[in-house]
Design a binder for this molecule. Sequence first.
Ligand code: ATP
Ligand code: MG
Length: 425
Amino acid sequence: MARKIQAIRGMNDILPGQSSVWQYLEKTVADVVKSYGYQQIRFPVVENTDLFKRGVGEATDIVEKEMYTFDDRNGESLTLRPEGTASCVRAADQAGLLYNQVQRLWYIGPMFRYERPQKGRYRQFHQIGVESFGMPSADADAELIILTARLWQQLGLIEQVELQLNTIGLASERETYKAALVEYLTTYKDDLDEDSQRRLTTNPLRILDSKDTKTQQVLEGAPNLEDFIGEESQAHFDRLQAMLTANGIAFVINRRLVRGLDYYGKTVFEWVTSHLGSQATICAGGRYDGLVEQLGGKSTPGVGFAMGVERLVLLLETLDLIPGAAKERTDIFIASFGDDAELTSSVLAETLRSHQQDWVVLRHCGGGNFKNQMKKADKSGAQFTLILGQEEVDKGLCQVKNMLTGEQQSCELADVAEYLESQFN
Ligand code: ATP
Ligand code: MG
């Protein structure tokens, strides 16, 4: 036998049974974002490498070591998108959507990062992202967070997630802070973990994120970012908090929260859960007022977030929060015996599907004896099985078997749809 080819490590197939959960989640999100006036945008999975280098930032983990980058046949460097915001800005700006306008956009799709695969962390994963452009005030930040809270409410997750908030100020404020932080940390360089030592010169703010205990101890005495936040950033942050409080949304302020993407300024936030181990963040975002300009567009404020679909699916499964209606099911199974009965049953199946569009009607195809077909009917989980043989066809009937009670009765073919409808309700 030929050797089987396996999927790429960290890239998962989403199998039947799982896909219904994905569809449920996707539909719930699509309905919520729509109700806030967000419109879907779709952009390619491959972009010019420079888009991410300039957008996400050269010194970020993503650009430094996680991107799938390759040369196109013409020698141009391309990258499988590791995130959606940079592409969204590129696409919206290219279409002229960002010029002096408010835009509310969302997207869904696969992202690619070369990370160590583990539960909740994959090399191909999926994000649903929501971005709003043209609104500089904290209103817009609040709208996005309120929207996510509504989503958690609808998914039954609101009690299982915590909102963490921070402000990382303006670029100039961060620069002053970075200098103070580096000066302090350099004194303790030998006590820092390896990653943090490297970040001292490349991306010092990310050291605040370090999980290493020794580094954490050193950080206890470090200068605080909040002492470097200016009046404008603080007022923005205060206003955001007031909006959330007015809407009954609880949050904790996490002064150590910085994001792994360089474009953020002012607001950053994460929704975290205690049910997924160390891959705890299910949704993360913030404000990025400088990004559009940085990518060559006219200066336009922006704020957005992305949620990890795999982590959300895991969370819904872990907490058993998938509604019955979202699961795959069979309503009606049709067994038929003999050429005439097969013909009649194929027409009957169509009649039933026309009668009630959401009925799942499964027809046994390709013959088989009674025992065999009834086994399949059982296995399908159908509530009713319709049975047709030559005798039934001759009389214009079929047998209707209630699979729960085992009761069976005959029914005129012309009345089956109505009869089943009365039984289902
Ligand atoms: P993390 O700290 O977990 O690495 P991140 O800061 O890199 O996350 P973002 O780039 O902000 O994450 O992406 C937003 C969301 O996308 C994350 O909160 C997470 O839910 C999801 N996500 C990010 N990377 C992965 C991955 N490799 N596999 C699965 N989900 C991911
Ligand atoms: Mg990451």
